[in-house]
Design a binder for this molecule. Sequence first.
Ligand code: BGP
Length: 499
Amino acid sequence: MSKFPKDFLWGGATAANQYEGGFAEGGKGINTSDVLTAGSHTTPRRISWKNPETGETGYTGMGFGAEMKFPEGSIPAILEGEYYPSHVATDFYHHFREDIALMGEMGFKTFRLSMNWARIFPNGDDAEPCEAGLAFYDEVFDECKKYGIEPLVTLSHYETPLNLTIRYGGWKNRACIAFFEKYAKTVFRRYLGKVKYYLTFNEINCMEWATFMAGGMMENTPQSRAQGAHNQFVASALAVKAAHELNAESGSDIMVGQMLAYQPMYAYTCDPADQLLIMQNSHGGLFYSDVQTGGHYPAYRLKQYEREGVVLDDTPEDYELLEKYSADFLSFSCYGSSVFTTHMDEVEGGGGNLIMGIKNPYLQTNAWGWATDPACLRIALNTLYDRYHKPLWIVENGIGWDDKKEEDGSVHDSYRIDYLRANIASMRDAINLDGVDLMGYTMWGCIDLVSAGTGEMKKRYGFVYVDRDDQGNGTLARSRKDSFYWYKKVIASDGEDLS
Ligand code: BGP
């Protein structure tokens, strides 16, 4: 059995909107994620709104197939008596020392977390950053250092300061570019020597189907999606530029990566019409990496914009920036594969959620319909490496399960170990057999946290169980699952011992 490279970055991943809590502490402002309700596998999460003039309140869908429609005069708002999972989440804000110690015990080399944008700039457009917010992350990074853990920081993981949505319309407005650039520059400088790896926007291609979550926008049209993505591309390029300039000035070696949601897609039949459909659907995601990592707008997307009547508010300098400051590396999330067909009358049921296509008869699924497909990780790694020849990093992979905690606090999650064993072996093959340059692996939701898609607690991913339920009850106590000990052994053996 071949090993992983010695400097391979083993670890786990989280995001502030699902993990951090501390909603009204340390001068933090409100984010778009703070107005999302809880849902379930069958009931979609919603955005709550209020009309400040009339006092009327209500809810709208947030995408993923549920229509988003804000009534005239209404704005996203927190409603009294409503439960919002992000407000406490699993309370990293008050448990970070304990959680990072647990990561240290597992031997983590890296920890992916997102910085809560509104903790640093409460309104997004503030003249000065919030010192309490900056100081919080100083403590977090100092704690990581104690255990030799390298932070991997996502600057915006499904959250935008809500003021930017209300006042500017979110990312469709070019004003957001400068706000983000200032935020990036502020944190790069503040955490110089403490943080080396950054990602700009989590799953930037989520802009294709959930514009509120991905872009803080209250509308979802071809024009707003295209402009929101364009503005985020330019903002990402400016972040890369700022990091490179700081490196030149200070001798630091900050790297800024892209983060893409990527799942290989399979055709259900060998009908050429199905292959064409797969090609087109794949373009939906690859467009985002073609621009941010590849440095150019691909022709297929420009043609699509022509057909849709989309006209970008852009400048010639935008395209120079995109080319010159493409991402230093490409990170991605990959949980499984999806299947699509033009023969919908011949197939059975759905595959997890709307963007996941139909059920694959060769694969097992979890309770949420997500298919387990270890081979797809090797396929994903090869596809992305062949296309861009840049270092890759798997920053999300894992399996959601309604774990049962025993009386003594233990959780026997053999299904999780089986999933991870097969996925890690597939990744090892991509490195050793195919020569893919893979920097690291951060298993998603290493400490239990709230599901982004459903807002549930019971869709758990972690090595560590957190005592909290879907209604917000529980002590928040942490306990080690069987997978905790297993992953510790994997890391200690550089990925050689997967037994
Ligand atoms: C990705 C998100 C994460 C995470 C994960 C699992 O799309 O980047 O935030 O939540 O998916 O999805 P879910 O939480 O819906 O199970």
